[in-house]
Design a protein around this ligand. Structure first.
Ligand code: DAK
Length: 252
């Protein structure tokens, strides 16, 4: 199992636990994640975090993506987006407890959550353009309301990794905690939330989201179409192969 779920009172903690690949998301991990989420009953708050010392989630699995045939890529995209959408619309409050690298699809998973807290050693980024691809789990849509247009554009174009401090300054992480304090502090926040009326929390969540994202469906479709079109250019193949071969990509 790549996903560990712990339930206490009305709070579930879901740990993406594939530390050898820095918790990268492949179809198996996403399938287990969806299955665990679907099993939750009478839960007010779900905390997402990463297993091991280093990573929250270092992105979609590059090795898996680079080997995908078009049909598999389509399945991965559609299924992955359905998991992200499930979290965004879920009848619980979601909190990302970012304990290390939150890159690419990993940052996008955090951005799908209602609240993001991080350890002081966390690192954030959308490095997809380094690989010849673009974010595909809502990054081009969901970063803007948090970080603003200018920072979202900068992070997506440069793909640079930012520190936890910068992520807080940009509005991505709400608060930073020492690594050992992250989960206890996030648990305290979750406990306070779980004592409130669930219907009022959910009503407020859906209203805030509706106001922040009026054209979301079209924007997500445009992201998906853009991602698929890129594969005609040869850039994704060169970018991802270079990562796996531990060399700099040579884009034409
Ligand atoms: N995928 C697969 N394996 C990964 C990985 C990833 N994203 N990130 C790390 N790993 C693996 C490494 O290959 C390495 O494996 P071994 O060589 O040991 O077999 C192991 O984890 C440990 O990583 P490193 O040795 O590289 O560790 P370092 O401390 O030196 O560096 C790092 C840590 C996080 C800086 C580095 O691993 C790194 O740059 N990782 C890649 C980060 C990245 O580029 N993330 C974005 C991936 S692309 C879409 C939906 C989603 C997406 C796209 C489309 N659609 C719906 C259309 C999303 C795309 C992405 O997320």
């Amino acid at each position: 199992m790549n996903i560990q779920t712990e339930v206490k009172n009305k709070i579930a903690t879901i740990t993406i636990d594939r530390p050898k690949a820095l918790n990268a998301l492949n179809l198996e991990v996403l399938t287990e994640l969806k299955s665990e989420l679907s099993k939750l009953k009478n839960i007010s708050v779900v905390i997402f975090t990463g297993g091991g010392e280093k990573a929250f989630v270092a992105g979609a699995d590059i090795a898996a993506m680079s080997a995908m045939k078009p049909e598999e890529a389509k399945k991965f995209s559609e299924f992955g987006q359905s998991v992200i959408q499930f979290i965004e619309e879920a009848p619980f409050i979601s909190i990302a407890a970012v304990n290390g690298f939150a890159l690419g699809g990993g940052l996008e998973l955090a951005l799908a959550c209602d609240l993001i807290y991080a350890s002081t050693s966390a690192k954030f980024g959308l490095p997809e353009t380094n690989l010849g691809i673009i974010p595909g789990f809502g990054g081009t849509v969901n970063l803007i309301p948090r970080a603003g247009y200018a920072r979202a554009m900068e992070m997506i174009l440069t793909g640079r990794m930012i520190s936890a401090e910068e992520a807080k300054t940009f509005g991505i992480a709400l608060e930073l905690f020492q690594p050992a304090d992250l989960i206890p502090k996030v648990n305290e926040i979750a406990e306070k939330l779980s004592k409130k009326g669930k219907q009022s929390l959910l009503c407020a969540k859906y209203l805030v989201k509706a106001n922040a994202f009026s054209e979301k469906e079209a924007a997500i479709k445009a992201e998906r179409d853009g991602f698929a079109r890129l594969f005609d250019s040869g850039e994704p193949k060169e970018g991802m192969t270079a990562f796996l071969e531990k060399r700099e990509p040579q884009f034409k």
